[in-house]
Design a protein around this ligand. Sequence first.
Ligand SMILES: [Fe+2]
Ligand SMILES: [Fe+2]
Length: 198
Amino acid sequence: MTTALSDPEAIRARFAEVMSDRPGKLQKHVKRVERGALRLAAIHELDRDICAAAAAGHDLFRHCKDAELIALSRHYRVPISEDELAAPIVLHGPLAAAYARETMDVEHEEILTSIAYHTTAHPDYSLEALAVFLADKVDPRKMQRDPGLFAVAAAAEHDLYAAAAMFLERRLTSQLNNGLPLHPLAVASRNAFLRRAV
Ligand SMILES: [Fe+2]
Ligand SMILES: [Fe+2]
């Protein structure tokens, strides 16, 4: 019998171990997200260990192709909606959380929730989860490709809810303009964050 992992620092170390055999580019992205999340944690006086652990584990399966994401999600009993079947990339968050829970005995709901929903966000996200979500979205490499994200990064320094609502609005607008489906959780999250923004 294994012992449940509930200490954020121990969880972060375990995630870092698993990440160490992932593609180099992905490892670098995850390190940038950890740094970004810790920066936001310092600004907003959040729990640094929770932010670091969630950032370290958020992309454990980001390197997988669609078919592998679907197969692994079925194996770890991650529910797959019609929306996710059409765009399986969304599954890499819920899959990472399910894998962490099942194979590493991670028992820390805030960290697991932060990881599971980092693509769409979640209306009940904690501020720590929002810091990780935003650090992922405004990774400096992504801002180089899409300078519109600088406004999101600037907003994140003052109000995490406003910044997350702004990010989701940009993405939902682009999906609407391109005739793409909207993920219902992204819409619900945007509405919730808009209500909470200062
Ligand atoms: Fe991701
Ligand atoms: Fe990421």
